[in-house]
Design a protein around this ligand. Sequence first.
Ligand SMILES: [Zn+2]
Ligand SMILES: [Zn+2]
Length: 214
Amino acid sequence: MRIACTSTIFTLLMMPLLILCRRHWALCLLVGLFGCKHSTQHRVLVLQPFADFSLAEARQLAQQIAPFHDQIQVNKPLPFRASAWVPARARYRADTLLRQLNSLHGRDTLVVGLTHTDISTTKGQVADWGVMGLGYRPGKACVVSSFRLQARNRREQFLKVLLHEIGHTYGLPHCPVPSCLMRDAEGKNPLDAEKDFCARCKEELRGLGFGAAS
Ligand SMILES: [Zn+2]
Ligand SMILES: [Zn+2]
């Protein structure tokens, strides 16, 4: 698995640990308070499309997620926070979008931002690195972009990235099982090999209150 961990000022303050994890050409940013369980109890899953992602698409996605989570709410599309736009790269800063999503809902919700536009964050020395998803670990928000997914099975890959990010928001780390949704890509594209959460990850998710993971 390709994981790069980056300590931030938060770690210095014994606060959320910043972990960068790459999936294919992308990476997800995980911010966590290790040992903190208050945010991992069962929550309403809020699908929050951004302006380029239609309500109909979000509703379709809700049907795909239904087997994994039993309380899903679909919101109307939300304008992107203007400050998230990176004009030189024609993409949005995923970390800024996360802060936008994080401010929208309460502690009993998990908000998943949805977009078709490219998103990015900072990875090591790379100031603006394109990613497929970004989420807190654990936390109450993540964002997923379809921009970097394969065209032939984009919907399927989108769902897998989304479940991977949700797993992180529930506190799950990466998993060494090749067919597990929590697998890290290690620079490749393993999404088609990922079939489901493995038994161990399912058990962890159940313990953390994740929807109907079984
Ligand atoms: Zn990850
Ligand atoms: Zn697993």
